[in-house]
Design a protein around this ligand. Structure first.
Ligand code: ATP
Ligand code: MN
Length: 463
C-alpha cells in the first residue's frame, strides 16, 4: 500500500483499491452515523472525500480534532461514491493526525476571503482554492515554456542576477552593496566610492538578461533565459512587481519577422499546454474569476495575431471615439490605456505593434532605413496591455556606436557588447516576456501580486 497523489486517485482510482493519502483537511461534515472529511494535498482543486465511521478507534476524538487545516494521513478502501460530482470516495480504516489546526485561530475558514486579506497570510493562502489553482497553472506554464524551447533546440542559459551594466535603461535599479551604510566611503567630490565596494564598482540586481543572452546566442544560435529580474519601480500597479520572472529568447540569424513568428507560436503553445494540463483549474478561473478566460485562451490558440506598425497604431488611436487620459501623438510612447484600447476593444485579440520611434526605445534596437523608427515589437494583450517586448538587434557596429554616442551611454562599459559586432556579427533578434503577466492573463487574476507566491512590491517583502 503506497501513498498516492489525490489527483491520480480522482482520475484513475478504482473501487476496492486500498490506498493511503496524506494532506490537509479542507472541510468536515459531521452526520449522525459518520463523518465526511475532504482531504486536499495540493495536487488538484478537488480533494478526496474520506468517510470516517464509528468503528474507527477513537472515532469521537478524531472527529473532534479533524478541523479545517489539520494535517492527516488516511488509509482505506476506495468505493464508488453515491454523491453527485465525484466518482470515488475513501472508506477510512486508519487515520493519523499529524497536526491539528485550531478552528478559533486558523484564519482560513470556509467563508470567502478577499485577495487583499490573503496577501497578509501568504504563508497559508496557497491552501485556498484560488491560489492553489494559480500556482498549479504557474507551474504548468513554466514547464510548457521549457518544453517549447527545448523541443526547438534552444539552450537554456543562466544569466547573472548581479549585474554591473545599467545602460539598458529598462527600469529603476536595486543596488547590491556591502558598504557600511553608517559610514559610506566618499570620493573627493562627495560621490559614493563604489571602488571600495564588494565588486570594486557599483553593482545592481539585474533588470534583464538580454545583453548576456545575446552573448550566448552568438555561440549557440538559439538560447533563452528564464529567471528572476528586479525593478525598483515605485509604482503600485496591478501589473508591476519589484521581483518578477522573465523569459528572454535570443536568436542568431533571425530578423523581426522570425521573432514575431516565434513569439506567437510560443504564446499559443503555452496556452494550449496549460489548458491540457490544468483543465479543472482553468474551468474554475472561468467560473469564479473571469468568465472570459477560456474564450480568450481559445482565441489566442486559434487566431492569428494582428500585426500593425506603431505609426498605424497612432492613427487608429487618433481616430478613436474616446478621450484618453494621456495624449496620443506620433513620437509619444503608448500608455497602458492605449494598449488596452487597441487589444481589448478594437482588435479583441493580441496584436503585435512594430517599428516604434527610436527615441522611445532602447539603444540596441535595429535602426530602420527611415532613420526614425526601430525594429521593435510589443505584443499587446486584452486586459493586460504589454505582455511581450522585443526587437531585432542592431548588428552593424558603426550604427550601434553612433546610437550609443547619441544617447551618451558609456561606450567603454559596453566594450564586450560592441565586440560581438566586431567578431562574427549576425542579424539577431529576441524578446522578453514577463512570466507573471502571462499567468495573470491566463487565469484572469486582476492583481499580479496574486500570481507569485511571495510578491515583492513597495513597502512589502514579508515571508
Ligand atoms: P511596462 O511598460 O508594463 O512597465 P516595460 O516596458 O517596462 O513594461 P520591458 O522592459 O520590455 O517592460 O520588460 C519585458 C517584459 O517584462 C514586459 O513586457 C512585461 O511583460 C514584463 N515586466 C516589466 N516590468 C515588470 C514588472 N515590474 N513586474 C512584472 N512584469 C514586468
Ligand atoms: Mn516598466
Amino acid at each position: 500500500m503506497s501513498t498516492r497523489r489525490i489527483v491520480d486517485l480522482l482520475r484513475t482510482g478504482q473501487p476496492n483499491q486500498t490506498v493511503t493519502v496524506q494532506g490537509w483537511v479542507r472541510t468536515k461534515r459531521e452526520q449522525k452515523e459518520f463523518c465526511f472529511v475532504e482531504v486536499n494535498d495540493g495536487s488538484s482543486m478537488v480533494g478526496l472525500q474520506a468517510i470516517l465511521t464509528p468503528d474507527l478507534p477513537n472515532y469521537a476524538d478524531l472527529v473532534k480534532r479533524l478541523n479545517t487545516g489539520a494535517s492527516v494521513e488516511i488509509s482505506g478502501t476506495l468505493v464508488e461514491s453515491p454523491a453527485k460530482g465525484q466518482r470515488i470516495e475513501l472508506r477510512s480504516t486508519a487515520v493519523t493526525i499529524y497536526g491539528e489546526a485550531d478552528p478559533e485561530t486558523y484564519p482560513l475558514q470556509k467563508k470567502r476571503h478577499s485577495f487583499e486579506f490573503l496577501r497578509t497570510i501568504a504563508h497559508l493562502r496557497s491552501r485556498t482554492n484560488t491560489l492553489g489553482a494559480v500556482f498549479r497553472v504557474r507551474n504548468a506554464c513554466a514547464a510548457a515554456i521549457h518544453q517549447f524551447f527545448q523541443e526547438r533546440g534552444f539552450l537554456w542559459v543562466h544569466t547573472p542576477i548581479i549585474s554591473a551594466n545599467d545602460c539598458e535603461g529598462a527600469g529603476e535599479l536595486f543596488t547590491v552593496t556591502t558598504l557600511d551604510l553608517k559610514n559610506v566611503p566618499r570620493t573627493d567630490d562627495q560621490e559614493i566610492d563604489y571602488s571600495q565596494d564588494f565588486f570594486g564598482r557599483r553593482a545592481f540586481l539585474t533588470v534583464s538578461g538580454q545583453l548576456e543572452a545575446e552573448i550566448m546566442a552568438m555561440a549557440f544560435t538559439n538560447v533563452y533565459t528564464f529567471g528572476p529580474t528586479f525593478r525598483a519601480e515605485d509604482s503600485n500597479t496591478s501589473r508591476h512587481l519589484a521581483e518578477f520572472w522573465m523569459i528572454e529568447p535570443e536568436m542568431a540569424f533571425c530578423d523581426l519577422e522570425g521573432n514575431m513568428d516565434l513569439a506567437e507560436a510560443f504564446l499559443k503553445h503555452i496556452f494550449k499546454s496549460v489548458l491540457e494540463q490544468c483543465p479543472e483549474d482553468m474551468e474554475f478561473f472561468n467560473q469564479r474569476i473571469d468568465n472570459s478566460v477560456l474564450a480568450t485562451a481559445e482565441n489566442i490558440i486559434n487566431s492569428a495575431f494582428e500585426r500593425i506598425t506603431y505609426t498605424e497604431a497612432i492613427a487608429l488611436l487618433e481616430k478613436a471615439d474616446r478621450a484618453f487620459e494621456f495624449p496620443v501623438s506620433w513620437g509619444l510612447d503608448l500608455q497602458s490605456e492605449h494598449e488596452r484600447y487597441l487589444a481589448e476593444e478594437l482588435f479583441k485579440k493580441p496584436l503585435i505593434v512594430t517599428d516604434y520611434p527610436a527615441a522611445i526605445k532602447a539603444f540596441y534596437m535595429r535602426m530602420n532605413d527611415d532613420g526614425k523608427t526601430v525594429r521593435a515589437m510589443d505584443i499587446l494583450a486584452p486586459k493586460i496591455g504589454e505582455i511581450v517586448g522585443g526587437s531585432q538587434r542592431e548588428e552593424r557596429l558603426d550604427v550601434l556606436q553612433r546610437r550609443i554616442r547619441e544617447l551618451g551611454l558609456p561606450e567603454e562599459d559596453l566594450w564586450w557588447y560592441l565586440d560581438l559586432r566586431r567578431f562574427g556579427t549576425v542579424p539577431h533578434a529576441g524578446f522578453g516576456l514577463g512570466f507573471e503577466r502571462v499567468v495573470q492573463f491566463m487565469t484572469g487574476m486582476t492583481n499580479i501580486r496574486d500570481v507569485i507566491p511571495f510578491p515583492r512590491f513597495p513597502l512589502s517583502a514579508e515571508f
